[in-house]
Design a binder for this molecule. Structure first.
Ligand SMILES: NC(=O)c1ccc[n+]([C@@H]2O[C@H](COP(=O)([O-])OP(=O)(O)OC[C@H]3O[C@@H](n4cnc5c(N)ncnc54)[C@H](O)[C@@H]3O)[C@@H](O)[C@H]2O)c1
Length: 398
């Protein structure tokens, strides 16, 4: 029976799903997005991306209604050879995996799957999830080939990275692996085959590795700063013409929807013996508290108005998910006279409109996110806290 689409991307309006769907559609494959976010579907239907992603609007303009189609109906899942699932990783409020949510999701979608389809799990999952889903299909007597091919892009660079990064692929049968290898070779230069458990671990290892790397920088920053030493003077000395310091991170808020969550998934997988991961969490999540405690030592904070410049979880992004700027805001609301927020990309009625207005109204300005747009700002002698060294003047300057 001929199928309407080559690929159906479930969760295809998200930060991972949409660039992937667009990349395949650009190559001429017929792709259908199935998503439950009505607002995002509406935006993509007008050929616009619902979030910042370099080059995405251009591809949507060329592909929507030609090779890229959209639906809020689960029935489209039956109409594709490959079904990519890239919904958010279900975790509870303690960042522990919620396998029941994934199971319920697949049980609900089960009637739409048909014999011979290939499922590509693309969400970051708790190790062992692919095997459990494979079993679930067998239990429901659905001959669907289950594969796991984790996404490794960084938001904002997805399209560029999809073609540059090797794709990790894994599956439970040779037949399925051969087919997904062929599929991914249409958009990527290289594929690397692993077993599903290896691929699941590979994904959370790399995210945990990055989270730990930022924690090292944040701890070094706190050690130096607590002894009255400028961290960036040491940082520049260490990294200048010293190849072994490659990858030595700058300090800053290590946040967002992936790194902490995946580090905590690895902690749960290792039955809470991932001590480095827990230490990294304490350091990274504690950075807003550290900054506030330092400000309290230097100033009568209750008398000061503080502005946070940048609310997105990383530079040049419009994604506020799990951003530590919001945690800092909450802490400052308890301790300072008034808090102002601004972001170059996030629209929020509670924010002041421009960085200039924020600087004018604040006694102290904290750089929450190192957006490129902020690089040229001047602060008119106001106290600035720049944990990122965006201005090359160290952490505290006037
Ligand atoms: N954001 C990143 O940079 C990144 C990078 C690599 C991997 N990941 C992983 O990719 C996965 C998705 O992350 P994201 O950032 O794209 O999340 P997202 O929230 O941006 O996208 C998820 C999409 O799934 C849709 N969705 C949720 N439930 C659904 C359902 N039942 N049926 C259909 N659609 C549904 C949502 O409406 C949303 O559009 C996560 O596992 C994440 O850890 C994310």
């Amino acid at each position: 029976m001929s199928l309407k689409y080559d690929i159906c991307v479930v969760g295809g309006c998200g930060h991972v799903g949409l660039p992937l769907a667009a990349a395949f559609a650009k190559k001429g494959l017929k792709v259908c997005i199935y998503d439950i976010n009505a607002a995002a579907l509406k935006t993509v239907q007008t050929k616009k991306a619902p979030f910042l992603e370099k080059g995405l609007d251009k591809i949507l303009k060329k592909t929507v209604d030609k090779t890229l189609f959209l639906s809020n109906q689960p029935a489209v899942v039956s109409q594709a050879k490959f079904v990519v699932v890239v919904i958010g990783t279900p975790v509870d409020e303690y960042l522990n995996p919620k396998f029941n949510d994934i199971r319920s999701f697949f049980i609900k979608l089960m009637p739409q799957f048909r014999q011979g389809q290939i499922l590509i799990l693309r969400s970051t999952v708790f190790p062992g999830t692919s095997a459990l889903i494979n079993k679930l299909f067998k239990k429901h007597r659905k001959q669907v080939e289950v594969t796991f091919c984790p996404e490794r892009i960084a938001e904002g660079k997805a399209l560029e990275e999809l073609s540059e990064l090797p794709q990790l692929i894994s599956g439970f049968s040779r037949k399925a692996i051969t087919q997904i290898e062929k599929l991914f070779s249409k958009i990527a230069k290289e594929t690397i085959e692993l077993t599903p458990l290896e691929a699941e671990l590979a994904k959370i290892f790399i995210n945990s590795f990055r989270y730990l790397r930022f924690a090292i920088a944040n701890q070094f920053f706190q050690i130096a700063n607590s002894h009255g030493v400028e961290y960036y003077k040491i940082y520049h000395a260490i990294t200048h013409n010293y190849p072994r310091a490659k990858g030595f991170a700058k300090a800053g808020f290590a946040a967002g929807p992936c790194l902490l969550k995946d580090t905590m998934q690895l902690a749960a997988f290792s039955r809470n013996t991932f001590f480095l991961g827990h230490a990294a969490m304490l350091i990274n999540e504690g950075l807003p508290n550290y900054i506030m405690s330092q400000l309290k030592l230097k100033f009568d904070l209750a008398e000061k108005k503080v502005g946070i410049l940048g609310m997105a979880f990383k530079g040049d992004s419009d994604d506020p998910r799990d951003s530590l700027s919001y945690k800092l805001k909450k802490l400052l609301e308890l301790e300072s006279q008034e808090v102002f927020c601004q972001d170059a990309y996030i629209k929020d009625k509670r924010f002041v409109k421009t960085p200039q207005e924020l600087i004018r109204r604040s006694d102290i300005v904290i750089i929450g996110t190192p957006h490129t747009q902020y690089r040229k700002l001047t602060f008119g002698g106001k106290q600035v806290v720049d944990i990122w060294d965006l201005y090359g003047k160290g952490v505290m300057f006037k």
